[in-house]
Write a protein that binds this ligand. Structure first.
Ligand code: NJP
Length: 242
């Protein structure tokens, strides 16, 4: 029978590309995010099972775990829900923005991982993927709470991997640089996707969501004794951690 993956933040960007890629490779996929209309369209297109779920909600994540358990064995959780909600200097950054970034990037990934881990262990072939960032491998002025949250998420990945040694669950960190998604255009270009695309058009452009989905799928399809601990993927032109 097919392997089954759960992808959070599946309604756009890297998450949606990962759902498409895994479906194309024959996986059963549960696609989770808050925007139900987007999930319904993705489900109609790909055959993924849509679950409306805010990863900052205990109830929503518990329900997600119930839906997944009802589907059968689970083999991969892709913790992709996240993003930068405000980029400000440390001196003036809003505590509300920092809190929100920790809620989704750090505690959201933690909550979802805790909820799905029993199923991933029980299947005998589990993977936990965490989408961090090049921002989690350094820092930059103005990166603020996003940098801090991605460092925290990365540390969770490192620690969990050590804690799971001897168990049939791998932990894989994927750290992309600039990716041409809605988040990217919103944070860098005030939501002007056309200007974002024009600025980065050509060979020195940002990664595409498909580039990152390829990397995720590659890590997931290595023989299960091979753990790709951490993969940093940047566009060639990106020299810094921004
Ligand atoms: O962004 P975007 P990306 N509960 O905005 C969902 C990291 N990254 O694909 O809930 C559940 O297209 C949201 O769905 P919805 C980044 O930090 C990116 O670029 O319906 N889901 C949407 O599907 C993030 O961890 C870049 O609004 C929640 C998805 O998250 C990951 O890549 C660079 C949610 C975000 O999709 C995917 O981001 C980098 C919640 N509470 C790292 N809140 C980059 N783009 O340049 C949000 O280094 N979502």
């Amino acid at each position: 029978s097919a392997l089954r993956a759960v992808v959070t933040g599946a309604s756009s960007g890297i998450g949606a590309a990962t759902v498409r890629r895994l479906r194309a490779e024959g996986w059963d996929v549960v696609a989770a995010a808050r925007r139900g209309d987007r999930l319904a369209a993705l489900a109609a297109e790909t055959g993924a099972v849509p679950v409306t779920c805010d990863v900052t909600s205990d109830d929503d994540v518990a329900r997600l775990a119930e839906v997944v358990a009802a589907q059968g064995a689970v083999h991969a959780l892709v913790n992709n829900a996240g993003g930068a909600l405000g980029l400000d200097p440390v001196a003036t950054g809003s505590l509300a923005d920092w809190r929100a970034m920790y809620e989704v990037n750090v505690l959201g990934a933690l909550r979802t991982t805790q909820a799905l881990l029993p199923g991933l262990r029980a299947s005998g072939r589990g993977d936990v993927v965490l989408l961090t960032s090049t921002a989690g491998h350094g820092t930059y002025p103005g990166g603020g709470g996003y940098v801090a949250a991605k460092h925290a998420e990365r540390t969770i990945a490192e620690t969990l991997r050590l804690e799971l040694v001897g168990e049939p669950v791998r932990v894989i960190e994927i750290a992309p640089g600039m990716v041409a998604t809605e988040e990217f255009s919103l944070v860098r270009f005030g939501g002007d996707a056309a200007r974002a695309a024009a600025t980065y058009a050509g060979v020195d452009g940002p990664l595409t969501a498909d580039d990152v989905a390829d990397a995720i799928a590659w890590c997931l399809t290595r023989p299960h004794h091979v753990n790709i601990d951490s993969m940093v993927i940047r566009p060639r032109a990106q020299a810094s951690n921004t």
